[in-house]
Design a protein around this ligand. Structure first.
Ligand SMILES: Cc1ncc(COP(=O)(O)O)c(C=O)c1O
Length: 433
């Protein structure tokens, strides 16, 4: 292991901060997540499972554009589909057949999908689902559980509510994953007021067997629309989404991220009876039918189908999860480290109650993984390019990182092991049990 230099990244960050608030377009890519003194801040290019930063350092990437990439960077088949479409045109003054082709494909694959509309970011799709639910039920309030994007109706229910009117904040209520009583109590308290229940069918932990069926039953009893936010789980857990795996079909679902291997595309889909309201409910923007992303989505889905992509990613992810569990146990760290989640989207968890101390451990995690050429924010957003060989290398890196964790624990904490600036507690909505 040689010490990596991040001088170009550091200079570029200083420069970017003069003209770009946060220095980045996306909160989770910003310097707030990467400890200064041991982190890259700017990427130059990617290929397969690798990211190359502006200093020429190469990393195995487990972030993958915040789970937007499912096949790997610069996938040749997707790139060919994009280039073919570029030669015809990126966007036109009229709609194009590719839109119908993709909507038909989604209807074939996803249990709840009868009709679909496309957006660019996941937030477009979740907001469309909520507006549709409000129009369909004639109600205003929403029950949420997890992260659903940057728009007012959701973000107003979190610590990041600055700038959201109080009237909007008051319409959104939280309930807890795997706690059906918390949702039932909400329905009882806000009788006939809740238009929609929106949740990720899974993130850090698996849903208990009766949780998702219970959520659906409560929605039916109280007349609310059930929305699965499959922005991450879609086209990753299964081509039919998490709803297919768990056998619970929602009224509406939203997709984004991995559907187009990094091109900006999101989808709101679901029952015709509700979706048809989009004839009147306004969901319209200039780039809604941008064709490079739709061509990329068709090529991504075709490749995942033809190469049994999801099964392969699941196999690589299982190798990673099992390897990590073995390492945690080998270094006797099970009392404060664990791995959870679906193999295609697994989480390295550090169980420390006190937030300041937790962020020291997170800083140590970033310091030790980055210097060994692994980039991760604590989750493993696998792609088809993260094959057995790549996972073996990731596990070799983790063997060293977990050994450092064990030593730090035995010496009273991570403080004296840090040679980078410590991270400070950050906005987070996916809670560990
Ligand atoms: C579950 C979930 N829903 C919605 C969103 C919002 O998607 P976007 O950032 O593309 O607007 C995200 C983004 O991380 C997400 O993870």
């Amino acid at each position: 292991m040689t010490d990596l230099s991040f001088s170009c990244s550091e200079r570029l960050l200083e420069r970017a901060l003069k003209t770009i608030p946060l220095g980045s377009q996306t909160f989770s890519k910003s310097y707030k997540h990467y400890p200064k003194g041991g982190s890259p801040f700017f990427a130059e290019k990617g290929k397969g499972p690798y990211l190359f930063d502006v200093d020429g350092n190469q990393f195995i990437d487990m972030v993958n554009g915040l789970a937007a990439v499912t096949l790997g960077y610069c996938d040749p088949d997707v790139d060919t589909a994009i280039i073919k479409q570029v030669e015809k045109g990126v966007i036109f003054s009229l709609s194009n057949e590719l839109e119908a082709l993709l909507a038909e494909k989604i209807a074939q694959l996803i249990p709840c999908a009868e009709m679909s509309r496309f957006g660019k970011n996941g937030s477009d799709a979740t907001t469309a689902a909520i507006r549709l639910s409000r129009a369909y039920t004639g109600r205003d309030e929403v029950a949420v559980c997890g992260y659903h994007g940057w728009h007012d109706w959701y973000i107003g229910s979190t610590d990041k509510k600055l700038g959201v009117p109080e009237a909007t904040q008051s319409l959104t209520h939280k309930f807890q994953f795997n706690n059906i009583d918390s949702l039932e109590a909400l329905f009882k308290k806000r009788k006939d007021k809740i238009a929609a229940v929106i949740l990720e069918p899974m993130n850090i932990t698996y849903p208990e067997a009766d949780f998702l069926p219970g959520v659906k039953a409560l929605c039916q009893e109280y007349g609310a629309v059930l929305v699965f936010d499959e922005t991450v789980t879609g086209f990753r857990f299964d081509l039919g989404g998490a709803q297919k795996i768990f056998g619970v079909t929602p009224d509406l679902a939203t997709f984004g991220k991995g559907i187009a291997n990094g091109m900006p595309l999101s989808v709101v889909t679901g029952k015709k009876e509700i979706m048809q309201l989009l004839d009147e409910v306004f969901f319209s923007f200039t780039y809604g039918g941008e064709l490079l992303s739709i061509a990329a989505a068709l090529a991504t889905i075709e490749k995942l189908e033809k190469q049994s992509g999801i099964q392969k990613i699941t196999t690589y992810g299982t190798q990673l999860k099992e390897g990590l569990e073995a390492l945690i146990s080998q270094f006797s760290c099970s009392d404060f480290l664990s791995v959870s989640g679906n193999p295609v989207w697994s989480f390295f968890n550090i169980h420390v109650d006190e937030p300041e101390e937790l962020y020291l451990w997170k800083t140590l995690y970033m310091q030790e993984t980055l210097k060994r050429g692994l980039i991760t924010l604590g989750s493993h957003n696998l792609t088809l390019s993260h094959d057995e060989g790549v996972i073996e290398r990731v596990l070799a890196i983790y063997a060293e990182v977990i050994e450092v964790f064990a030593r730090a624990k035995s010496k009273g904490g991570p403080g004296s092991f840090l040679h980078v600036d410590s991270l400070t507690p950050l906005f987070s909505v996916r809670k560990k049990d």
